[in-house]
Design a protein around this ligand. Structure first.
Ligand SMILES: [Zn+2]
Length: 286
């Protein structure tokens, strides 16, 4: 007799403030109840799915994160200096990302949504290029920075919110998810939600670390060869802290997911040996 499985959790149960009640035996990618602890790290446990091979940690962020008195709301001098200090490095990458977007669509007048907008720099670059830009950033400290630095009003509501799903269904020409996909609670749902707010013919651009790349392999070897004693390298790839890395895809898993949702993949930019093991997907909604 087949083992009885728990009822499928609703979107509210898996994505809301009850997120910590998620049953991690349920794979966040394929939804099979086939995931088991694989790597016990110092601060978190990496689960692996026996059905699809997906790796994810046993932690979800509490969203919305802004309870009264939440420290993330405060953009004090230290926080501002920290964010400012990191801007030049990210600007270099984001300007490359902008060129990639421009190779696919003329931005003048295009409706763009940057999901996980952070300090607002990419949204700012899009606006400079003539796009009509909106951005989502759940952390208040970044929204405040974007307001002061770039005069941008980023939205704190995540893409699953009614504001986006009902108010902007089939609306955007471009959606970008730069360095975001590994951070979200439920990547498959996030991607479906992104699909919903895009126009037919709209473009999706995303980048995320790649698991089937050299650094991850070395980290796994190091863990296995030490019998789990050396979890430092793997531990540098995941974190249970808010808004940190919760899952890392292989290229095949990511490609399968975007196609399952209905996107067609236009191009993939990646390398096994790339220093940051980053992969970039350019996709189109038919
Ligand atoms: Zn799975």
């Amino acid at each position: 007799m087949p083992q009885e499985k728990p009822a499928e959790p609703s979107r509210e149960e898996t994505s809301g403030v009850q997120g910590s009640g998620y049953d991690f035996s349920r794979c966040k990618l394929c939804a099979a109840y086939a995931s088991h602890p694989k790597y016990q790290l110092e601060k978190t446990t990496v689960y692996a799915c026996a059905a699809c091979g997906f790796h994810f940690i046993d932690h979800l962020d509490c969203l919305p994160c802004e309870s009264p008195g939440d420290a993330t709301k405060t953009l004090d001098r230290r926080a501002r200096e920290y964010i400012e200090g990191r801007l030049p490095a990210s600007e270099k990458q984001l300007r490359k990302n902008l060129l990639l977007v421009k190779r696919h669509i003329a931005l003048s007048g295009a409706h763009c949504l940057d999901i996980g907008a952070g300090a607002g720099l990419f949204a700012h670059l899009l606006a400079e290029a003539g796009a009509v830009v909106q951005g989502i950033e759940p952390q208040g400290v970044f929204r405040e920075f974007a307001r002061q630095r770039f005069d941008l009003a980023l939205n704190g509501e995540t893409i699953d919110a009614r504001h986006w799903q009902q108010g902007f269904a089939g609306f955007f020409d471009v959606v970008t998810l730069w360095d975001v996909f590994e951070h979200v609670n439920l990547p498959a749902e996030t991607l479906q939600d992104a699909y919903n707010v895009m126009k037919p013919g709209g473009w999706l651009f995303l980048d995320t670390p790649r698991r089937d790349a050299l650094f991850y392999r070395i980290s796994e070897w190091s863990y296995r060869l030490s019998g789990g004693a050396n979890s430092r390298l793997l531990g540098s790839l995941y974190s249970p802290l808010p808004f940190r890395h919760k899952q890392i895809f292989t290229l095949r898993q990511l490609r399968t997911l975007v196609e399952r949702i209905g996107f067609s993949v236009t191009s993939v930019h990646s390398s096994f040996f790339q220093p940051h093991n980053r992969m970039v997907l350019v996709c189109r909604k038919p």
